[in-house]
Design a protein around this ligand. Structure first.
Ligand code: ATP
Ligand code: MG
Length: 273
């Protein structure tokens, strides 16, 4: 373990206060070499809330998601889930990098669904959904298989348990990927443009699954270019530009009557496309 300087917001006492949000991001910065890609991101997501992140290409949306679940190490700032730091732990006032096993436990609380579904090609749909359950959660194979069947049914793929990814459409593969994330009982789901690799006619079936999850109260952070979908399901829309959240508010406020010139320009370009 290597010590690093304490970041802002790192002085939380052990045990989350009652009003601690599910996810709290405080002044997160990220550089890639000389490029300052995230420039002080603050974001709070309460349990049951849905936050849509929108913004132009290169504004840092994917990097932010990856910093949230520590796929990417941030250079400054803190991420807390249920009041616990992700990626670091505090000992006697000094922040240390979390050991791999502790980090894996925190990461497991956050399911991530990518643009490209990243399924195991040599495993069936059911095996893809079962795998993490016995590898990570140590469920029995029988229980993992049963849960996989239930979850695949929930995303409308009850008849595809034994299909391999190559035998499934993009929309079906993405639904398997969502079921696989749900199988680890996450407290929060992070979506990175879950529909942007899909043909137009397949987008709706994936959005329908996300809409169902929203209705069931799943907490989600969704990076999307589907502005009307964000308008419909999100409680909060945050617009990113140049590594900052430059405008945030209710979906209706940000999308129907944006106030920042960057948001106005972005939405105008999207609408005219
Ligand atoms: N691994 C990396 N190494 C170097 N630069 C990177 C890396 N990942 C991202 N970047 C840079 O960081 C900036 C933000 O990228 P990011 O992928 O987070 O943007 P984005 O908002 O998700 O864009 P898009 O809408 O195109 O997916 C870009 O300038 C990108 O080139
Ligand atoms: Mg991206």
């Amino acid at each position: 373990m290597s010590a690093t300087a304490p970041g802002p917001g790192s002085d939380l006492a052990p045990g989350a206060p009652a009003d601690e949000p599910l996810l709290r991001i405080v002044d997160v910065h990220k550089w890639f070499a000389e490029t300052h890609v995230l420039r002080g991101i603050d974001l709070v997501v309460n349990a049951g809330e849905i936050v849509a992140l929108i913004g132009p290409s290169g504004s840092g949306k994917s990097t932010l998601l990856r910093c949230i679940n520590h796929l990417e190490e941030r250079d400054a700032g803190t991420v807390h889930i249920d009041g616990r730091l992700v990626g670091f732990e505090m000992q006697r006032g000094v922040l240390y990098r979390q050991r791999e096993r502790a980090l894996a436990r925190e990461r497991q609380r956050m399911g991530m669904v990518f643009q490209h579904f990243n399924l195991f090609a040599h495993m069936t749909a059911a095996q893809n959904v079962a795998y993490g359950q016995y590898r990570v959660l140590r469920r029995s194979r029988a229980e993992a298989r049963r849960t996989a069947a239930e979850l695949l049914d929930r995303v409308g793929l009850g008849d595809k348990l034994d299909a391999y990814p190559a035998q499934l459409s993009g929309g079906q593969q993405q639904r398997v990927a969502i079921a696989r994330s749900l199988a680890l009982d996450p407290a929060l789901l992070l979506f990175d443009e879950p529909t942007s690799a899909l043909d137009a006619e397949l987008v709706g079936e994936v959005l329908a699954v996300i809409r169902d999850l929203a209705e069931q109260g799943m907490t989600m952070v969704i990076v999307t270019h589907e502005i009307s979908f964000a308008r419909e399901v999100a409680d909060v829309v945050a617009f990113m530009a140049d590594g900052r959240i430059v405008e945030r508010g209710t979906a209706a406020a940000v999308i129907d009557s944006p106030s920042h010139p960057r948001t106005i320009g972005f939405l105008r370009r999207i609408n005219s496309a």
